[in-house]
Design a protein around this ligand. Structure first.
Ligand code: PMP
Length: 419
């Protein structure tokens, strides 16, 4: 294609998209007789062979319960599981492996903080700030605490672009503000939030900050120490890993002071009916029961894979895809993009006059294109913008400019059919 290079193209570190695609068998699939165009990456990304092979390898060679075994398979499984802890530590640039707790994903990580830190530290009248951009998983746990403990949940507003209003944020703090719970990147609009600046402001007011990193970890390098996050949560299945494994980062001093949330095996030092039961040190205090061993090991493989490809290169490539998609769909009559923040990750949310989002998604699926429609677990945000659903296309390292063009053509065709 003969065109002048855009700013993004000039800056883009090389990404071997063809070589990346070859590692994702699912991308060879046909859907309704057409090549799959997978643009639902914000919901779940696809997994490369290295991750898929980890499961076969684990169950073929060293499947065993971890930590208490005195046999070779248990030792190997434990070593591989604990190796992922080190991988996550360095992926997030945490100071210490003990600051990484494995969870099922972001939702469970946030619920852990709400139920352990929240119940131990919050009382009636205390305040938690959440943003209007939050996924339900960073709203409902705090609402549950509000109904159980009498705390207040206050909402940081957004402007018409879907950018958080930092002046309003500052103004929400009172002497009762204990925690800010905010996402790093919005799944519904793609807005990248200034979480470092928000952490500074929270700390100035003596409050902690929990960052929901579910949508940031796939697209940009995350440094929990540079952000000065007190807690940081993410899910493996959005970062080229499996479902069922994610992590919570928490500053060591906070985790050490927090009570256990779930009780059971693995999380104790000693159990007695006569003297008080004692608990394991962090992070195992928060990992009751047999964890998702194979999934956690595969999560480590996924993070190494991402690092090998390079998050800067991935982020820059996705910015090109987003730029191309934004330009292409903007030409469609009656199409309105929701979320026009200057700093966005690869998420394109839109509604179309006279066409239901659900109809668009169903029909475009017939053309092999997978996008998501609905409220994206962000009902308050969508209600604020006067809609109940949007269509959302979201990009990953393996998507191509040709796919973006094919998507835009398919979208125009489908809108023509439903209008
Ligand atoms: N937060 C954000 C911003 C998300 O996009 C998602 C997943 N859509 C979650 C939290 C919840 O993640 P999970 O379902 O993996 O726990």
């Amino acid at each position: 294609m003969n065109h002048l290079a855009t700013e993004h193209e000039l800056d883009t570190p090389a990404l071997d998209v063809a070589g990346i695609r070859a590692q994702f068998p699912i991308l060879e699939r046909q859907v309704h007789g057409r090549p799959l165009i997978y643009f639902d990456n914000a919901a779940t990304s696809q997994t490369p062979l290295a991750v898929i092979d980890t499961f076969r390898d684990y169950y073929s060679r060293y499947n065993a319960n971890i930590h208490r075994g005195l046999h070779t398979l248990a030792d190997e499984a434990t070593a591989a599981y604990e190796a992922t802890r080190e991988t996550v530590r360095s992926f997030l640039n945490a100071a210490d492996r003990r600051e990484i707790v494995f969870t099922r994903g972001t939702t469970e990580a946030i619920n852990l903080v709400a139920n352990s830190w929240g119940r131990a530290n919050l009382e009636a009248g205390d305040e938690v700030l959440v943003s209007l951009l939050e996924h339900h998983s960073n709203i409902v746990p705090w609402q549950l605490l509000a109904s159980q403990l009498g705390i207040k949940v206050k909402v940081i507003p957004v402007d018409e672009r879907g950018v958080l209003d930092l002046d309003a944020y500052r103004a929400l703090f009172t002497e009762r503000t204990r925690l800010v719970a905010v996402n790093h990147v919005s799944n519904a609009f793609g807005t990248v939030n200034p979480v470092g600046e928000m952490a500074t402001i929270a700390h100035e007011h003596g409050a902690l900050i929990l960052v929901d990193g579910a949508q940031a970890t796939p697209h940009q390098t995350v440094d929990v120490r540079a952000i000065d996050a007190d807690f940081y949560a993410f899910s493996g299945h959005k970062v080229y890993g499996p479902t069922g494994a994610g992590a919570l980062y928490g500053k060591a001093a906070l985790l050490e002071a927090m009570p256990p949330w779930q009780g059971g095996g693995e999380m104790i030092k000693s159990v007695s009916f006569e003297v008080p039961t004692t608990f394991a040190d962090v992070p195992h205090k928060f990992e009751a029961g047999t964890p998702a061993i194979a999934e956690v090991i595969a999560l480590g493989v996924a993070l190494e894979w991402v690092r090998g490809v390079g998050l800067d290169a991935i982020g820059a490539w996705e910015a090109r895809l987003l730029e191309r998609a934004t330009a292409a769909v903007s030409r469609i009559d009656g199409l309105r993009i929701l979320g026009t923040a200057p700093h966005k990750a690869g998420v394109l949310s839109f509604v179309v006059d006279g066409a239901h989002s659900q109809d668009i998604a169903l029909l475009i699926d017939q053309l092999g294109v997978a996008i998501r429609t609905g409220n994206h677990c962000a009902q308050p945000l969508l209600a604020h913008f006067g809609v109940t659903a949007t269509c959302r296309a979201s990009f990953a390292a393996y998507n191509t400019l040709e796919e973006v063009d094919a998507f835009a053509d398919a979208l125009e065709r489908v809108i023509g059919m439903v209008r």
